[in-house]
Design a protein around this ligand. Structure first.
Ligand code: NAI
Ligand code: MG
Length: 484
């Protein structure tokens, strides 16, 4: 794909089904992480564009979009899902160029977007209230209603999946969405807008304003007419978003990443664990909120796990997204610097193994070799802080109690997994782990459209994905009728 193949105007905002030039008349450069070269320019949306988008979203709620039945809303989402399926290969190539994802991963993201739209399309007319027994002479029931205009501020690591899980659920419940994609990567968000238009989604139900976080993003988070904000990104910006939302007393969903552990016990099937242990760390070049960056291993099987993981690391190949290797580049020069700084902070540690950057990878691309550190103290910076790069640490433990203490010993709590054949241990530890998701004898980084997802602690709060998300994107009204 070349830029001439783009079927929408990347320099525009998408407001009420129209492509409009940003009010600022200013633009940002988008880079291809595989080459470091500029791809194209995108709109530098401002508070004025956000205002227009919110206004149009409100208008949609007060007219066509707001009058649809749940089943009709669901049909629009299903149609969008169908269109995404038809365009999976095109979307995957677009995302590979924009984000630097190996094609297989980008394709998986496009399929996941279709799945979210199918799931929430089917779920739209299946969310209902309840009746509540109350005093004699009363009938009480509840209604699930949309919040109104919802703001969606998303990052660059999984644009399609995050659009699917957050915008998909918001539209299913009858909200009108304003989406602010990340300045580093926003082509799939614009392609998604065009798909919504093609599906005939009523004007204003979805609006997309690209731009900088501190400009368009901050304006969206602070807008008084936005009634719910969902944010995925860094802890520091998450706190800003929550503060902005608090000033308008509106709810937020924050999905802020983690330091997710996998616990490998002596009775684990190590060979079936291995692909999960490694892939969960290097998938999307480690730039995954639910990446597993800590591998905790019982000391009796530590050497075996170390040797087998090291062997896999030595075989890992990193290169341009289009080469579709084990990992692509990082998203930006800035992210590469961040990861290198973390690696430097691990200078006191032993490197067990590293993957290789292929020799013909463009030198201006943002490549870093996957790195496995060995015998790391659980309090070390590399075992405590989110790196967001292809770096994993191995930590040994003595017994179940210590495993839980280490697993729960960070400020995060997003995903964890237990590798053991002992059913009682699986159940006991699943309860003890401080984590939004726990996997037993598998690890689900990314996927799992049906599975409620979200964190505790600094990993954030609120749940997206699955049916649960629909509750977050709606407001419950209680109606108490006295009729005696
Ligand atoms: P970020 O949190 O700055 O960006 C995420 C989104 O928030 C982008 O759309 C950005 O434009 C927007 N944003 C930034 N500042 C804003 C503000 N003041 N008000 C409103 N919106 C704002 O994350 P960034 O800088 O891309 O990455 C930094 C670190 O954050 C990464 O190294 C990683 O540790 C973490 N991160 C976690 C993600 C996750 O999936 N949980 C995704 C991306 C980053
Ligand atoms: Mg930032």
């Amino acid at each position: 794909m070349t830029l001439n193949d783009l079927w929408f105007d990347a320099t525009c905002c998408f407001i009420a089904n129209e492509w409009v030039t940003p009010d600022s008349g200013r633009f940002l450069d988008l880079h291809n992480p595989s080459t470091g070269l500029a791809i194209c320019q995108i709109a530098r949306g401002s508070a004025t564009d956000i205002n227009r988008a919110v206004e149009q979203a409100q208008k949609a709620l007060d007219s066509d979009w707001g009058r649809l039945s749940a089943a009709e809303r669901g049909r629009f989402l299903s149609r969008m899902g169908q269109l995404v399926r038809e365009k999976v290969d095109t979307l995957a190539r677009l995302e590979s160029i924009d984000v630097g994802k190996p094609l297989t991963q980008a394709r998986a993201d496009a399929v996941a977007l279709a799945r979210y739209l199918e799931f929430y399309g089917g779920a739209a007319d299946k969310v209902h209230g309840s009746t509540i027994p109350y005093l004699e002479g009363y009938t009480v029931y509840t209604l699930r209603e949309p919040h109104g205009v919802t703001g969606h501020i998303i990052p660059w690591n999984y644009p399609m999946q995050i659009i699917g899980r957050s915008v998909g659920a918001a539209l299913a419940m009858g909200n009108a969405a304003v989406l602010k994609p990340a300045e580093e990567a926003c082509l799939s968000a614009l392609a998604f807008a065009d798909i919504a238009r093609e599906a005939g989604l009523p004007a204003g139900a979805l609006n997309v304003i690209p731009g900088l976080g501190q400009e368009a993003g901050a304006a969206l988070a602070a807008h008084p007419a936005v009634r719910h904000i969902s944010f995925t990104g860094s802890v520091s910006v998450g706190k800003l978003i929550q503060t902005a939302a608090a000033s308008n007393a509106v709810p937020v969903t924050l999905e802020l990443g983690g330091k997710s552990p996998q616990l490998v016990f002596a009775d684990a099937n190590i060979d079936s664990a291995l692909p999960f242990l490694v892939n969960a760390g290097i998938q999307n070049t480690g730039q995954t909120c639910s990446a597993s960056s800590r591998i905790l291993v019982h000391r009796t099987v530590y050497d075996e796990v170390l040797d087998k993981m090291a062997e896999r690391y030595c075989a890992l190949r990193v290169g341009p997204a289009m080469n579709d290797l084990d990992a692509g580049p990082l998203i930006s020069a800035r992210q590469k610097t961040t990861v290198h700084e973390f690696l430097a902070r691990g200078a006191d540690l032993h490197i067990a193994a590293q993957g290789k950057i292929i020799s013909d990878a463009p030198s201006a691309g943002y490549y870093v070799a996957p790195t496995l550190f060995d015998q790391v103290d659980s309090q070390h910076t590399l075992a405590q802080e989110e790196i967001f790069g292809p770096v994993q640490v191995l930590i040994a433990f003595e017994d179940d109690e210590q495993a839980i203490q280490i697993a729960n010993g960070t400020n995060y709590g997003l995903v964890a997994s237990i590798w053991s054949r002992d059913g009682a241990r699986q159940m006991r530890l699943a309860k003890q782990l401080r984590s939004g998701q726990v996997f037993i004898n598998n690890y689900g980084a990314g996927g799992g459209v049906e599975l409620p997802f979200g964190g505790t602690g600094l990993s954030g709060h609120g749940r997206e994905k699955g049916f649960e998300a629909l509750y977050g994107f709606s407001s419950l009204k209680t109606v108490a009728a006295k009729h005696d």
